[in-house]
Design a protein around this ligand. Structure first.
Ligand SMILES: [Zn+2]
Ligand SMILES: [Zn+2]
Length: 484
């Protein structure tokens, strides 16, 4: 894999990485070596007229330390650019033209865009300048993302002024997969605080929103900051003009004294970077959740669930009860029309009668299958045992039933997470909690819920909000079942 970064080894130690880190590394190295070297380096920068910044840098190190250093740069790093290190020292490092920053096949390139720079300080309070905090967080974030194996570029590596057009252009020309702008917030309300993420409704709206929601979740988890509502925008130039999913993160308020102090500290900047990086990683590696609803259809409750799923463009799976299908055939048809998967639960939800013997189970199933076929035309192949494949009522017969059903070409699906909503008087807060705690961050989740329970549809939206990092999919015969 070609790297566009610097590879250095010399008296300051060894360095491999991209420019953003290089500056930090260099700053630390310089402060270790002593301030007289800074003065020497600055003099050298001004005195030496050289077409090769790397050779120049090597000379500087040799002059300052009396030791040889090995300095090399990836091909294409031939354009000189001038940067100011936050803190004011002028630095010369090689830049790479945009066409050489293009990613290699198979790489994921993330463009970080620290807002403002140069004359444009952004907002500032009590000596804290937005442009510098944005850059510090970008460096930390770059480091985390590089450790995760992503390729990362910054629109600026130092205190450089860039137009908004240049920022968006770099994102588009390098073929970046994601673009993340970093900013600090300000408000007339001194108490305003927290993380606020903006996304453009004109650029990859759905993906940008999902990216924003996931980053928000992880950044808030990592920092304990207040979670502010996501903001849709038509105006913010960079995120609007980028062609890839993008967002603008206001990591905190410089106008809030307590939050500003945190934002200035390297420890808090690192926590922010960690959360944002984890969010980006979760966005790029989505997990899958299969929402399943048992025991329906019912008139009002199923309709409400379907409305919520439709508004979010989510497809789920409904394991139907034959008796209820006969009562509400139009609802069973609506489930199918709206693209959800239908499975069989049973005809009559009576454990004793159902599990009296293998024959009683098969007879009930056949009745349910016919009812579903008659109402919807669907020949269901998926099914779910009432109570799950192994339960208190079917211990003696479940193996024989499972074998027989498998022989007939049916597939049963248990679950590995549950709202636990089939209890008397469920409380919405408890159902939300159950959903979160039983999911356990698994990569593949089959969630058990019941569309006949009104509390379930009351809190379904909140439940869905808990899982931005999951893609919601319907079950199908191709999906490997989860079986107890
Ligand atoms: Zn800003
Ligand atoms: Zn059931």
């Amino acid at each position: 894999m070609r790297k566009s970064g610097l590879y250095l080894s010399g008296p300051y130690g060894q360095y491999t990485g991209e420019y953003g880190d290089y500056i930090e590394w260099r700053e630390k190295s310089i402060s270790r070596t002593g301030k007289n070297i800074i003065i020497f380096l600055l003099a050298a920068v001004m005195a030496v007229v050289s077409v090769n910044p790397i050779a120049e840098y090597r000379n500087q190190i040799k002059a300052a330390s009396g030791q040889e250093s090995q300095v090399s740069v990836a091909e294409g790093a031939d354009k000189e650019q001038f940067f100011l290190i936050p803190g004011g020292q002028q630095e010369t490092i090689p830049g790479v033209p945009a066409e050489n920053l293009k990613k290699e096949p198979g790489e994921t390139l993330i463009l970080l865009d620290p807002g403002h720079g140069g004359e444009d300080e952004g907002c500032s309070r009590e000596g804290a300048e937005e442009k510098e905090i944005n850059l510090r967080i970008a460096y930390q974030l770059q480091k985390k993302l590089l450790e995760m194996g992503y390729r990362v570029h910054l629109t600026r590596n130092g205190d450089r002024e860039l137009t908004l057009e240049e920022r968006a252009k770099e994102a588009n020309e390098t073929g970046a997969d994601l673009c993340i702008s970093l900013h600090q917030n300000a408000s007339e309300e001194a108490g305003a605080e927290g993380i606020e993420i903006w996304y453009s409704i004109q650029n990859q709206k759905e993906e940008s929103e999902r990216l924003s929601r996931i980053i928000q979740k992880y950044a808030v988890q990592s920092t304990g900051a207040v979670s502010r509502e996501l903001v849709e925008s038509e105006e913010l130039y960079v995120i609007r003009e980028c062609t890839m999913p993008s967002c603008l993160i206001e990591t905190g308020f410089l106008t809030n004294n307590a939050e500003r102090k945190k934002l200035e500290s390297p420890e808090y900047q690192e926590q922010l970077a960690k959360g944002i990086a984890e969010g980006i990683n979760a966005y790029l590696h989505p997990k899958t959740m299969y929402l399943t609803f048992d025991d329906g259809p019912s008139e009002e409750n199923t309709a409400r669930i379907l409305d919520i799923l439709k508004a979010r463009n989510i497809k789920a799976t409904f394991f139907l009860v034959g008796e209820n299908v006969e009562k509400h055939p139009e609802m069973a048809r609506r489930i199918v029309q709206e693209g959800h998967t239908i499975g069989i639960h049973c005809y009559s939800h009576d454990y004793k009668a159902l599990y009296a013997s293998t024959d009683s189970y098969l007879a009930d199933f056949e009745k349910a299958r016919e009812a579903v076929k008659a109402a919807t035309g669907v020949e269901a192949k998926l099914f779910r045992f009432p109570g799950g494949s192994i339960n208190a009522h079917n211990k003696k017969v479940y193996q024989q039933i499972a074998r027989e059903m498998t022989d007939r070409g049916y597939i049963y699906y248990d679950w590995n997470a549950s709202l636990e909503d089939a209890v008397s008087n469920p409380k919405p807060e408890t159902l939300i909690q159950n959903a979160v705690t039983s999911t356990l961050d698994r990569k593949k989740v089959i969630m058990l819920a019941h569309d006949v329970i009104s509390e379930t549809n009351q809190c379904l939206e909140e439940i869905l909000d808990q899982f931005p990092e999951y893609q919601m999919e319907p079950l199908s015969e191709e999906i490997d079942p989860i079986q107890f």
